[in-house]
Ligand binder design. Structure first.
Ligand code: ZN
Length: 229
């Protein structure tokens, strides 16, 4: 049995996974991402312990811990070099977790972990090579070639969200303009919904958010479409 930790910008989600790759128990807590990394890592430990106990097991029943984190990992050193939505710079994630749980710890970028999971036990399990796209605050991606994660140069080989799809387009947080993430992520959808609502005062969207466009979230456009039809 193993522990899988999904460290996100919004939530820390932890699953207890059996030897066939099935999640047998899971739980989550808010990340409160503005905190110092030591506090976030402490919560990762507390929740791991809680998930294992709530499922009726003990930490000694666990073989390994896998952590998917946003940002750019150094897999060898077990560090997160940089993650913009967590304020992580050179965080020794593996070492810090190991101080609390003396188990083999493996870390990688969250989208790579998602892609590997799909390749091993999910939608891509019957093929040797696949690409997984994760849509959220940003656009993440993981590339699997011959059943191996393709990390590429400096671990950034699979950053498909930062492919430029519109030359001279919307400004991206990565410094370039026109990245796919600026058009296809939940963040982009929220901006597009706000813009469309402003330009169309008669839109049902104004009604859905009681006239406060700051209340628009990733679901609002879908709710409005549902109402419209
Ligand atoms: Zn970009």
């Amino acid at each position: 049995m193993d522990i899988g930790i999904d460290l996100g910008g919004t939530n820390i989600a932890i699953g207890l996974v059996d030897d066939q790759g099935h999640i047998i128990y899971k739980d989550s807590v808010p990340t409160n991402a503005s905190r110092h990394y030591s506090e976030i890592i402490r919560d990762m430990f507390y929740l791991s312990e809680k998930v294992v106990q709530d499922a009726g097991y003990q930490l000694k029943d666990i073989n390994t811990v896998g952590v998917g984190s946003p940002g750019i990992p150094d897999k060898e050193k077990g560090m997160i070099l940089y993650a913009n939505n967590l304020n992580f710079y050179n965080v020794p994630l593996k070492e810090e977790i190991q101080k609390m749980m003396n188990l083999p710890i493996f870390i990688d970028n969250d989208a790579n972990c998602a892609a590997y999971a799909e390749a091993m036990v999910g939608a891509a399990k019957d093929v040797a090579s696949s690409v997984t796209i994760t849509l959220g605050t940003g656009i993440g991606s993981g590339v699997i070639i011959d059943n191996q994660i393709y990390s590429g140069f400096k671990g950034a080989g699979g950053e498909l969200g930062h492919i430029v799809i519109q030359i001279g387009g919307e400004q991206c947080t990565c410094g370039r303009k026109g990245c796919w993430e600026r058009y296809g992520s939940a963040t982009a959808l929220i901006l597009q919904t706000k813009k469309a609502a402003k330009e169309n005062p008669q839109s049902v969207i104004h009604e859905l958010v009681n006239g406060n466009l700051d209340k628009i979230n990733g679901k609002t456009a879908f709710d409005a479409n549902w109402r419209w039809n």
